[in-house]
Design a protein around this ligand. Structure first.
Ligand code: XLS
Ligand code: NI
Ligand code: NI
Length: 439
């Protein structure tokens, strides 16, 4: 059988002292951390669109990355080669999951019917490759943003014929995901947003978005798909203002439109930072509402204002993310999907492996350190003590809703000026460094 990465062997764990760029230094899939294997905690996934289909194109130039699986003139041969290359990549890297959009895995075709026929052929091959390798589909989604028909959105398009097209794609992708055993289905907002309010009826567009999502839930139920629905917030890009701005906005939307029972959130690091939040802020906001479902693991660049989708190598960020994930008891059916791409000049095929190895090692390290911090109770103790005044007396009465403003006034008149307590941020930051450096 054709191989696309002949020079790469299965990536092995060699430990922190290894100098082999094609080996894991920290990700040891079967090692136990806090009662589970690393592989069970981290549930790594490869993003098909970046890793298999990414061309390196940017607004200033077309594709720079030439891929052997994309060489055929015939689009379906190229699609099949790409899928086989993908499974070779997943297997050699040792990830358990992958994610795709409909138009990543099969060509668009001239009509919807043709696109669906292409998808059916590719889905059959994907099913075979999944069965052969044991690799599973973390989530799939419909690309409702690349084609020119979606220039003004999909579910929020002012033209119902375009919303209908989008609905047809989502229907097909739910059926495809169901056939392939997808564990989740993602809605990232694509072009659901606006460029100017001068031509936009925001209320109507939001109502349409909610109606569309309810239709997806209904169809999933009708075909017996029980995977978790996820919404992936992003504040801007491609539209000036995306409706799914951030965790808090999406949670409010889900509540308003009676969708809370059906959806959780897929939080992407670079989207959180575009919304002027830290990654851990948006993870925490989702988590405290019981809605953190999955993660798109990547990073941005603070000096650039767009979604650079770089591979995550920031140990602090991975540590803070893993703290949130461990504290909520894991991601359930979600995972850590590397929605990340190599840079335009990362021409070598091995760069794809090196990039993922770096991301996996970063999160593995974050996991190990987070588990130790939790085991030692470092932050839990600090937080518990910091709020201890609410555990009894006036604080407990306050939390129970038994006090009025008059009670607060009486307490203050009787007790006088409170003595403020240090937040100890600097101490905690030093402790975090000590845990990180200690390994
Ligand atoms: C784009 C999004 C996209 C989704 C899937 O910014 O991150 O890649 O994850 O449609
Ligand atoms: Ni994403
Ligand atoms: Ni993104």
């Amino acid at each position: 059988m054709k191989t696309f990465f002949p020079k790469i062997n299965k990536i092995a764990y060699e430990g922190p002292d290894s100098r082999n760029p094609l080996a894991f230094k920290h990700y040891d899939p079967d090692a136990m951390v806090a009662g589970k294997t690393m592989r069970e905690h981290l549930r790594f996934s490869v993003a098909y669109w970046h890793t298999m289909k990414g061309t390196g194109a940017d607004p200033f130039g077309g594709g720079s990355l030439l891929r052997p699986w994309d060489a055929s003139e015939d689009p379906m041969t190229a699609a099949e080669d790409t899928l086989r290359a993908a499974f070779e990549f997943f297997t050699k890297l040792g990830v358990d999951y992958y994610c795709f959009h409909d138009r990543d895995i099969a060509p668009e075709g001239d009509t919807l019917a043709e696109a669906n026929r292409y998808l059916d052929r590719i889905t059959a091959l994907a099913g075979t490759l999944q069965a052969d390798t044991g690799i599973k589909l973390l989530w799939n989604t419909a690309n409702l943003f690349s084609h020119r028909r979606f220039s003004n959105g999909a579910a929020t398009n002012p033209d119902v014929a375009i919303t209908a097209y989008a609905g047809a794609q989502v229907k097909k992708m739910l059926e495809t995901g169901h056939a392939l055993g997808a564990e989740n289905y993602v809605f990232w907002g694509g072009r659901e947003g606006y460029a100017t309010l001068l031509n936009t009826d925001m209320k109507r567009e939001l109502d349409h978005l909610a109606r569309f999502l309810h239709m997806a839930v209904d169809h999933a139920r009708a075909i017996g798909f029980t995977g978790q629905f996820l919404i992936e917030p992003k504040p801007k890009e491609p539209t000036k203002h995306q409706y799914d701005f951030d965790s808090a906005t999406v949670i409010g939307f889900l509540r308003q439109y009676d969708l809370l029972d059906h959806f959780k959130l897929n939080i992407e690091a670079n989207h959180a930072t575009l919304a002027a939040h830290s990654f851990e802020h948006d993870l925490t906001m989702a988590s405290i509402n019981g809605l953190l479902g999955s993660v798109d693991a990547n990073r941005g660049d603070l000096l650039l204002g767009w979604d650079t989708d770089q591979f995550p190598t920031d140990l602090y960020s991975a540590l803070y993310a893993m703290l949130v994930i461990l504290e909520q008891g894991g991601l359930g059916s979600g995972g850590l999907n590397f929605d990340a791409k190599v840079r335009r000049d990362a021409f070598d095929l091995e760069d794809l492996f090196i990039a993922h190895i770096g991301g996996m090692d970063t999160f593995a390290y974050g996991l190990k350190v987070a588990a130790r911090l939790i085991e030692d109770g470092v932050l839990t103790d600090v937080r518990r003590k910091r709020y201890a005044s609410f555990d009894s007396g006036l604080g407990a009465e306050f939390e129970a809703g038994r006090l009025s403003l008059a009670d607060l006034e009486n307490y203050t008149l009787e007790n006088g000026e409170p003595i403020p307590v240090s937040g100890k941020q600097e101490l905690l930051e030093n402790i975090i460094n000590q845990y990180l450096i200690g390994g």
